[in-house]
Design a protein around this ligand. Sequence first.
Ligand code: OOG
Ligand code: NI
Length: 472
Amino acid sequence: MAHTTTLVRGAELRARFAVALAEMYGSEVPAYTTLVDVSRAVNTDVARAQGEAAERLGSLERITAERHGAIRVGSERELQQVGRVFAAFGMHPVGFYDLRDASASSVPVVSTAFRPVDPAELAENPFRVFTSMLAVDDARFFDAPTRQRLEQFVTERHLFGEELLALADRAAAEGGLPEAEADELLALATDAFRLSTEPVDRAWYVHLERISAVAADVGGVPATHINHLTPRVLDIDDLYRRMSERGITMIDEVQGPPAWEGPDVLLRQTSFRALAEERTFREADGSVVTGSLRVRFGEVEQRGIALTTAGRDLYDRLTAEVDARRAGQVPGHESDAQRTRVDVARDVWRRHLPRTEADLVLAGLACGEFRLVDASRAGRARTVTDLVEAGAVAVDPIVYEDFLPRSAAGIFQSNLSGTGTKDEDAGGAHYDADRLSAILGVQVLDPVELATAQMQRSLDALSARLRTPITL
Ligand code: OOG
Ligand code: NI
């Protein structure tokens, strides 16, 4: 007898996965629920005030459902397995982030983000997970005996069961799963990221914590866990104020680009510190006692326009200029040493960045899509700049879908207690996108290439519509 089973496709699995994780996380971390409520209120207000313009960087529906999470794993094998789990949800590794040198405190990890890549998939549900792997072979952090014990500890634990991995492989290969198997996959995958209740070996945890609180969180506990789940807001400064009014202490500042009157670029983020949660510990004498750990925190993000390679280079130069000014190294700007990073950055931004998204795109600094609004005005124009000037074409921003290494390190750092230790004289270990690709068995994609390719497709479509080659 022939019958058809309807598949729950990747995008739908991903949307359900984000909801399942949020339900689990919200029931265990009440401050998360507050953050989501406040985010929703902020977004409603921005949408009311700005109307259609509020949806330039994604539909309100997408943004309301939008979350990113973060997890940390302890070995190449664990990274490879988590990649298989995320593949089931249509999430691919994008971007390579080396956090080992990105901050003053000890953050011995390299990272990528698993996310959908296709614009239509992103529009349906953009759920992404920032995933870090402990660089166990980096001798600046781990001496030989610690490394050996870490490797053994991580090898002996099993974060992802065979059943979960098999279902995940099947979902990835078939582009989805029948309803019953989909439910099973979701239950198993969500459970894999739940905070473990197994006792933590105190002496081992403390040993790692002296090196790095991140190392202890990854290699000192029996399982991995979602350590934050981040909603997206349309006005992060407003959110910061409202959270503070509710008595929730946020970190000192919003990470990333400053608030200013021009376009939002890339990503702005802020967070509140992890709350102490009850955990059991096994002491050296074998007794089990109740204590607490701070491992799950809250974060919120605001996304802006994606940059081209040139834009990203300019962003990095501006960031370096802000640092130099604050270090009192720029003649004529010595007093900047007393000002906040955000205030100095705002001045630097005003001096160097165009004031609108369209101008950023037309200057070759940011990525946009080109919409034909009135072909009759196109005339003989052959460049987007002329077409925009003639009123024939409008520029829509392409949203930045990725992360920033320095902000990520700032988020890590703001949630640590000690700074840890690092032996700069010991040899580091080499990591790059190729090494992560080899571990994962799939290519880690480049965020800038993805956004610029999307812009190019739009330019090609415009050329086809106008039956003549159009350049920027
Ligand atoms: C990840 C921190 C980075 C972000 O949004 O930049 C991050 C972690 O703490 O594991 O999530
Ligand atoms: Ni985050």
